[in-house]
Design a protein around this ligand. Structure first.
Ligand code: WTA
Length: 656
């Protein structure tokens, strides 16, 4: 068995840092070099200085890192602070008091703005309401809400009184909500009558009622319901209360409770490749420090920016880069409630023009979907307010990168392709916009303080350029997960056991090029093995997306007598090319892969489809495609699938 993963695609385009961007950046080349040096020489001092400088402490810490129970690390553990205080109260001094903290646009076009002072008031009212409903420090509170300011208010209110929130994405089913309520034993559930999505109502409260059936093993005593859609719902006597009634008699003064640095801030479920979702939990101080610093470094957030991260607060991206990171920096955060292409495919671009958005952070799945619709939609709008673009969630194919950079960013905006995970709390590998030249498809260099490595099957460092292997982190960092809720054994098993607890194992494969830039190659579980060559999915998919007719592609392996595995590619065409001759296209795509990578990666089977099966956070579900390509019956859990109808379509997808 080979010990490394072959790298095949060589992308040579490079875009230097624009000089005017570099001049004004929060982090310049000199500071970057200094930070890296400090982190290497004296990590305790490096992290301790940053934590003292960027956070406000109620009780200062003496200890930086405790590693005696490694890999259960503890950071700043004898210090105390409150996360909500750091995100809101400290911006009330001076001019930022009356600046917009949140600008929200509803799907129907309604706009609401909350200044920091208003957010402060709403957060305290709701924090008092939670206390009045019996919520105490350490209790779990579930939040199952639409993307409205109250979702952010609820999260901050929990943080203010030391309750541990668990946000459940509003697109999840009653079943998924039930599992999370059971696992966290949340006492209070905060929801809404419904959520707007593409002009229709998602009946959140009805889902909640199903999840709360008495026979389920939950601990919910109180349900707080926000009126959003006006949908008729059942309010259960003694259990359910309207948001407005819960806050009506409350005082708008609720002091922030100082928390131990290591007290959990939240639990967030992430699906693994096997088994039930894992409840990843994060700390208060370390998590806040890392989400704040990365927002400052990677997004270069400034007081005058209007910053938009398109993620829902139900994902880690929403936690770190809609709520905690930007608010800790005193930024103006834009929130959008509804579907991205509603009522038309130019909704994003219209909002960017309307609100003067300067920083946009979204996902490759969205970028590819917009690319598929054609350039005419963004062209209708003035996107000149944009100065920085970001991406997260999957490898960004170089052609999707080029489209984003040119068509959306007008060729002038640095692009931050950020690699990180629910578990890492914040960005780990990402370009710094004032420092690092961009290479399309690469997430560039580890951030200061982050020690990312590539290792082979045996755990030895791979030093040669362009040789793929396991991506691992070999030093702790403050934003790292503190465990799996209620299951310490699973934490060890999932992230540390593979190489004898020496490294945090991300589960991704990656390579580093001769400039030390990282290139993500896909999940380790999805690695393909053709004639003894181990190939990551990302490079083959990028070679397919490089064809002008292709919007999106997913590649999986099927058993093959001679080669071990043969490749099967699922391909989504751009709208303009949907009438093209499929046989000709199939031949052209095989030729393209052969030219860009080599005959080894030439797909035996190419299947055209309208969409790919994805998780609700937009990740392609390759395991499912693997079963389909192999003609197996689907045994995987499809409850996280975005659109179940897709299975039927793919089952009968035509072979080329
Ligand atoms: C993938 C999202 C390539 C990767 C913050 C990782 C990426 C998983 C990138 C985590 C990127 C995320 N390039 N792959 N820039 N960003 N991934 O927990 O496989 O939803 O392990 O966190 O997404 O997904 P999660």
């Amino acid at each position: 068995m080979s010990t490394s993963i072959d790298s095949t695609l060589s992308e040579t385009r490079s875009f230097p840092v624009p000089a005017d961007f570099a001049r004004q950046a929060n982090l310049d080349a000199e500071m970057f070099a200094r930070l890296n040096q400090q982190a290497a020489e004296d990590p305790d001092r490096f992290w301790g200085d940053l934590a003292r400088r960027h956070l406000e402490w109620a009780v200062p810490f003496q200890l930086v890192l405790e590693a005696d129970q490694a890999p259960f690390y503890r950071w700043f553990a004898d210090g105390q602070l409150n996360v909500a205080h750091n995100c809101v109260d400290r911006h009330l001094r001076g001019a930022s008091r009356h600046k917009a903290a949140l600008i929200w646009e509803g799907e129907d076009g309604a706009v609401r703005t909350l200044t920091y002072a208003q957010l402060h008031r709403e957060m305290q009212l709701f924090a008092n309401a939670l206390k009045h409903q019996g919520v105490r420090k350490g209790d779990r509170v579930a939040i199952y809400m639409p993307m409205v300011p109250e979702a952010v208010i609820a999260m901050l209110a929990c943080a203010r009184i030391g309750a541990i929130h668990t946000v459940v994405f509003g697109g999840f089913s009653a079943e998924a909500l039930k599992d999370r309520l059971e696992d966290t034993q949340a006492r209070v559930l905060i929801t809404a009558d419904g959520a707007w999505r593409a002009g229709k109502v998602v009946p959140l409260k009805r889902h909640a009622d199903q999840a709360l059936l008495r026979e389920h093993g939950h601990a919910v005593q109180r349900v707080i319901v926000l009126r959003r859609t006006g949908t008729e719902i059942d309010m259960q006597d003694g259990r359910d209360i309207w948001w407005g009634d819960a806050t009506a008699a409350m005082s708008a003064d609720c002091p922030a409770l100082p928390m131990q640095a290591e007290d959990p801030l939240f639990i967030l479920y992430t699906s693994g490749s096997t088994g039930k979702p894992k409840g990843v939990f994060h700390s208060s101080a370390g998590y806040l420090l890392w989400s704040m610093l990365t927002t400052r470094w990677v997004f270069d957030v400034k007081p005058e920016d209007v910053y938009w991260c398109t993620a829902d607060v139900g994902w880690i991206t929403g936690h770190s880069y809609v709520v905690y990171g930007p608010l800790a920096n005193g930024a103006t955060v834009f929130l959008y409630e509804g579907a991205p292409m509603y009522p038309q495919p130019d909704r994003f671009w219209a909002m960017i023009a309307r609100h003067g958005i300067s920083i946009l952070y979204t996902a490759p799945t969205a970028i590819r979907a917009f690319m598929k619709m054609g350039d005419e939609w963004p062209r209708r709008h003035d996107l000149s307010s944009l100065r920085l673009l970001g991406s997260v969630g999957e490898p960004m194919n170089p052609e999707a990168w080029m489209w984003y950079h040119q068509t959306i960013g007008g060729g002038r905006c640095p692009v931050a392709d950020t690699w990180w995970q629910t578990e890492t709390g914040g960005h780990m590998i990402a370009p710094l916009p004032g420092v690092t030249a961009n290479k399309p498809g690469s997430c560039a260099l580890p951030l200061p303080g982050i020690s990312a490595r590539i290792v082979d099957d045996q755990g030895n460092f791979v030093r040669a350029p362009d040789v793929g292997g396991y991506l691992v982190i070999d030093r702790p960092w403050p934003g790292m997960l503190r465990g799996i809720w209620g299951d310490p054994a699973r934490y060890l098993e999932n992230y540390w056991a593979r190489f004898d607890h020496r490294y945090y194992v991300a589960g991704d494969s990656a390579r580093r090029d001769a400039d030390d830039y990282f290139w993500m190659m896909g999940r380790i579980d999805d690695v393909l093995n053709v004639s003894g060559h181990r190939l990551g999915t990302a490079e083959v998919e990028s070679a397919l997306v490089a064809h002008p007719a292709v919007a999106e592609a997913a590649v999986v392996g099927v058993p093959h007598d001679i080669k071990g595995e043969a490749l099967c590619a699922f391909v989504v065409l751009k709208h303009r090319h949907q009438g093209d001759d499929r046989d000709e296209l199939g031949a052209a795509l095989r030729a393209q892969v052969t030219e860009l990578i080599g005959a080894i990666a030439r797909p035996d089977d190419i299947r055209f489809t309208d969409t790919l099966p994805k998780t609700r956070s937009g990740k392609i579900m390759r395991r499912l495609l693997r079963s389909i390509a192999r003609g197996e019956t689907i045994v995987q859990d499809t409850s996280t699938l975005e659109d179940e109808g897709i299975l039927q379509q793919l089952g009968t997808a035509k072979k080329s």
